[in-house]
Design a protein around this ligand. Structure first.
Ligand SMILES: Nc1ncnc2c1ncn2[C@@H]1O[C@H](COP(=O)(O)OP(=O)(O)OP(=O)(O)O)[C@@H](O)[C@H]1O
Ligand SMILES: C[C@@](O)(CCOP(=O)(O)OP(=O)(O)O)CC(=O)O
Length: 421
C-alpha cells in the first residue's frame, strides 16, 4: 500500500437494474446460502426507469465498513451483507492507479475497509424488488473496485446470497436462475437467455397499488410456505420444470400467446401457494384482482392475448404488453378504470416512458375523464371506476444489465472524504 499518502480514496460507481420474475422463485432449500427449490425466469427492467446506483470506496483512512442507503446510514452487520462482503473480498486482486501512485496488493484487502452509498430511483421495500437491484449493484460495484476477475455468472452466485432474486439482475434481457444441485451453491447461478434487444417490442407498465397493508416479507413468506403448504412441492417438482422449458421456448420464438399464458398462470399459482400456506398469506388485494379481471376480459375479447400480468409479494401489478399499440390501449383501459385522485396531476401519475401516454392520446386530465368504457365492458353495467386505488403507473421496457458509471459527478461519495456527498 502507498504508505506515503494515507489520504487517498479510490472509488467505483455502478448502476444495476431490477427484474420481475415471469416464472417465480418461491421457496429455499438452504436459507443461509439462499438456494432455491426451483429454477426461475425474469425480465430485466430498463434502468432508465428503475435502477440502483451504488458508489463503493476504499481508503486506508476508513476504520470500518459503512453503508448509506438513500442517504441514511444503515448497519452492515446483517448476515446477508456480511456474506456478500466476505465472498467478494476473498476474490479481490491487486489494484493499481499509477497516475495517483496508489497500489493495493491482494492481501491488503483483508485489512482495508469500504464505504458504500446506494440510491434507488424508485421506492425501497415497496414491493418493487429494491433488494434485487440493490444487492446486484453492491456485488457488481465491489467486484469492480477490488478487481475481481470473475464473470457476471460467478458474481450472480454472490449477489444471490444477498437476496435470491438479485442474482438475476446481473444480466439484461431475459434471465434464468438455475437452482443448481451442489450443496455449496456453486452451480446456483444466473444465465442470460436472450439480451434486451431480442424482444424489444415489449412494453411494461407497472401499476403501483396504494396500500397501507403490512406485508409478509418474501423471505419469511416463502419459508412458511415450504413448511406448511401441501402444494408447494408439487409446484416445484412437477409444474415449474415443465414451465421453464416452455417459457424458454416462448421467449426464443417471441411467442407472446404462450408467454402470456405461462406468465399469468405462474403468477396465479404463486399466489395460490401463498393462500395454501398456514396461516395464509395474501399479497394481492381487491385492486390487484380488478386489474387481473380487466386484463383477462380484454385478452379474451381480442382472441389473442395483448398483455400478460404478474404480481410479486405485494399488490402491485406488472403488465407486459405485446407492443406499443397494445401498451397504449392498455394504458387507456387502466386510466379509465383507475383515474387519479383530483389532487394528483397526470405528470406524476404516469411516469417513466411517457411516450406511451402520448400514443394513448392522453395529454391532460380531461383526456382521462373523456375516455370511453373499453368495448369489452360496454354493455355490462354498472361500469366500475376506482379513483385513487393506484398510486402511480411506471411505463418501462426490458433493459440492460449492470454498467459502470465513469462520470465522477454521478458518484454518491465525496472523492476526498469518502463520505456521502
Ligand atoms: N440499494 C440497495 N443496496 C443494498 N441493499 C438494498 C438496497 N435497496 C434495498 N436493499 C435491501 O433490501 C431491503 C428491502 O428488501 P425487501 O425485500 O423488503 O423489499 P423490496 O425488494 O423493495 O420488495 P420485494 O422483495 O417485495 O419486491 C432493504 O431493507 C435493504 O436491506
Ligand atoms: C415473489 C418473488 O419476488 C420472490 C423474491 O424473493 P426475494 O429474492 O426477495 O427473497 P430472498 O431470497 O429471501 O431475499 C419472486 C421472484 O422474484 O422470483
Amino acid at each position: 500500500m502507498a504508505e506515503e499518502s494515507q489520504k487517498w480514496v479510490l472509488m467505483v460507481t455502478a448502476q444495476t437494474p431490477t427484474n420481475i420474475a415471469v416464472i417465480k422463485y418461491w421457496g429455499k432449500r438452504d436459507e443461509n446460502l439462499i438456494l432455491a427449490i426451483n429454477d426461475s425466469i425474469s425480465v430485466t427492467l430498463d434502468p432508465a426507469h428503475l435502477c440502483t446506483t451504488t458508489t463503493v470506496a476504499v481508503s486506508p483512512a476508513f476504520n470500518q465498513d459503512r453503508m448509506w442507503l438513500n442517504g441514511k446510514e444503515i448497519s452492515l452487520s446483517g448476515g446477508r451483507y456480511q456474506n456478500c462482503l466476505r465472498e467478494i473480498r476473498a476474490r479481490a486482486n491487486d489494484v493499481e492507479d499509477e497516475k495517483r501512485g496508489i497500489k493495493i496488493v491482494k492481501k491488503d484487502w483483508e485489512n482495508l475497509h469500504v464505504h458504500i452509498a446506494s440510491y434507488n430511483n424508485f421506492p425501497t421495500a415497496a414491493g418493487l424488488a429494491s433488494s434485487a437491484a440493490g444487492f446486484a449493484c453492491l456485488v457488481y460495484s465491489l467486484a469492480k473496485l477490488m478487481n475481481v476477475q470473475e464473470d457476471n455468472g460467478k458474481l450472480s452466485a454472490i449477489a444471490r446470497q444477498g437476496s435470491g432474486s438479485a442474482c438475476r439482475s446481473l444480466y439484461g434481457g431475459f434471465v434464468k436462475w438455475v437452482m443448481g444441485k451442489e450443496e455449496n451453491g456453486s452451480d446456483s447461478v444466473a444465465v442470460q437467455l436472450v439480451d434486451e434487444k431480442h424482444w424489444d417490442e415489449l412494453v411494461i407498465i407497472i401499476a403501483v397499488v396504494s396500500s397501507r397493508q403490512k406485508e409478509t416479507s418474501s423471505t419469511s413468506g416463502m419459508l412458511e410456505t415450504v413448511e406448511t403448504s401441501a402444494l408447494i412441492e408439487h409446484r416445484a417438482k412437477e409444474i415449474v420444470p415443465k414451465r421453464i422449458i416452455q417459457m424458454e421456448e416462448a421467449i426464443q420464438k417471441r411467442d407472446f400467446a404462450t408467454f402470456t399464458h405461462l406468465t399469468c398462470a405462474d403468477s396465479n399459482q404463486f399466489h395460490a401457494v401463498c393462500l395454501d400456506t398456514s396461516p395464509p398469506i395474501f399479497y394481492m388485494n381487491d385492486t390487484s384482482h380488478r386489474i387481473i379481471s380487466c386484463v383477462e376480459k380484454w385478452n379474451r375479447s381480442e382472441g389473442t392475448p395483448q398483455v400478460a400480468y404478474t404480481f410479486d409479494a405485494g399488490p402491485n401489478a406488472v403488465l407486459i404488453a405485446r407492443n406499443r399499440t397494445s401498451a397504449a390501449l392498455l394504458l387507456q383501459r387502466l386510466l379509465f378504470h383507475f383515474p387519479p385522485n383530483s389532487e394528483t396531476d397526470l405528470n406524476s401519475y404516469v411516469i417513466g416512458d411517457k411516450s406511451i401516454l402520448k400514443d394513448a392520446g392522453i395529454q391532460e386530465i380531461k383526456d382521462v375523464e373523456a375516455l370511453p368504457p373499453p368495448p369489452e365492458i360496454k354493455d355490462k353495467v354498472p361500469v366500475q371506476k376506482c379513483k385513487g386505488e393506484i398510486s402511480y403507473f411506471i411505463c418501462t421496457r426490458p433493459g440492460r444489465g449492470p454498467v459502470l458509471i465513469s462520470d465522477e459527478s454521478q458518484a454518491l461519495l465525496n472523492p476526498y472524504t469518502g463520505l456521502p456527498k
